[in-house]
Design a protein around this ligand. Structure first.
Ligand code: HEC
Length: 318
């Protein structure tokens, strides 16, 4: 009876560990597809890839990626699950530029995120290096930057509120000599200006073929008394666009009547509006302390008087 139960416990334990093992093997296999959000896939490099950029990319690759992905074309990558893969092969080359960029930025599982260690320029240089192993690759660069017709074009950002006030629509174009081309595939962000810094509105977006990006407005976004919010549009690739930004006011928030912090009695208010309990306890405290001092002084005076009196008595007796 006893040994039977022991055996069944052991059996149960073994089946649980088998299940865990199976999950460990199956889950990574199921989740192998690494999907990149549709709007991020279209991100384009702001500069054209060339030999010197590939060379910079080679150095960055050897420093940051070689340990796991091996030498491109040699297939000598680490045997991890899921496997990192050889960048020269179809597994990685079938990704769009924006997808490779995203995967390097974000990382997944054993692949680290390089968001905080590599600049966007660095990541594009690595993409350039990886692409140098693909003879069929033709780069798509942001149109207005490849186009020799618009060097030094003025970058213009316009922001408007969608009719239902649910989103802000951003349009980015490059303007020169009254000709305007949409800025395609650029990473853009929208912020709300708050007293202490900038609050990001929605995620980073990538401009589409018309140079447009749409940012959702949370329904509980607070504005000023008339519902206005101050927004600021920025590029993510600051290296290319510099500080190009657009600040404007949109009536996109909730109307908020600010609550006065000093209207009612409160601890941080001055004497006139301090709470009763503070005035009372402070007053009592002052009375108590001074009262004690006065009592002590009166007692001292008593001692002095008694001393003088006894001295006189002693003299008279002597
Ligand atoms: C610690 C090991 C490690 C390092 C370092 C590393 N990777 Fe990875 N990488 C992986 C693993 C593991 C995967 C597979 C992840 C997955 O599919 O969940 C991967 C996946 C990728 C993919 C996506 C492949 C696909 O199937 O779409 C790309 C692109 C990539 N790595 C590029 C890089 C680059 C570029 C660097 C250097 C900046 C780098 N990795 C550094 C381990 C690493």
């Amino acid at each position: 009876m006893k040994s039977n139960r022991k055996r069944s416990v052991r059996f149960r334990r073994r089946s649980i560990s088998l299940l865990v093992l199976a999950l460990l093997v199956v889950v990574p296999v199921i989740s192998q597809e690494w999907l990149v959000p549709a709007d991020r896939q279209g991100r384009l490099s702001t500069f054209a890839f060339n030999d010197s950029i590939e060379k910079a990319g080679l150095q960055l690759y050897n420093l940051n990626c070689l340990s796991c992905h091996g030498n491109p074309g040699k297939g000598n990558y680490q045997q991890l699950i899921p496997p990192p893969g050889d960048p020269a092969t179809e597994k990685i080359q079938r990704n769009r530029d924006g997808e490779i960029f995203f995967k390097i930025m974000e990382g997944r599982g054993q692949m680290p995120s390089f968001k905080n260690t590599l600049s966007s320029g660095d990541i594009w240089a690595i993409v350039a290096y990886i692409r140098s192993f693909n003879s069929g690759y033709v780069q798509t660069v942001m149109p207005e930057i490849t186009s020799g017709a618009y060097p030094g074009a003025l970058i213009a950002i316009t922001l408007r509120l969608a009719a239902e006030k649910e989103s802000v629509i951003m349009k980015v174009s490059a303007i020169r000599d009254n000709t305007s081309v949409p800025v395609v595939g650029a990473g853009v962000k929208l912020f709300v200006k708050r007293t202490f810094g900038l609050l990001p509105l929605d995620e980073e977006k990538i401009t589409d073929d018309n140079g447009m990006a749409t940012f959702g407005i949370p329904p509980d976004l607070r504005g000023d008394t008339t519902g206005n919010i101050r927004v600021s549009a920025r590029f993510t690739d600051e290296e290319k666009f510099g500080t190009a930004a657009k600040d404007t006011v949109l009536q996109a928030g909730l109307k908020v009547i600010p609550v006065s912090l000093v209207k009612d009695r409160a601890m941080w208010n001055t004497l006139r509006k301090a709470p009763w309990w503070i005035l009372l306890s402070y007053g009592l405290g002052v009375i108590l302390v001074w009262g004690f001092i006065i009592v002590v002084m009166l007692k001292l005076r008593d001692i002095f008087i008694i001393g003088e009196f006894t001295e006189k008595e002693n003299k008279r007796e002597a």
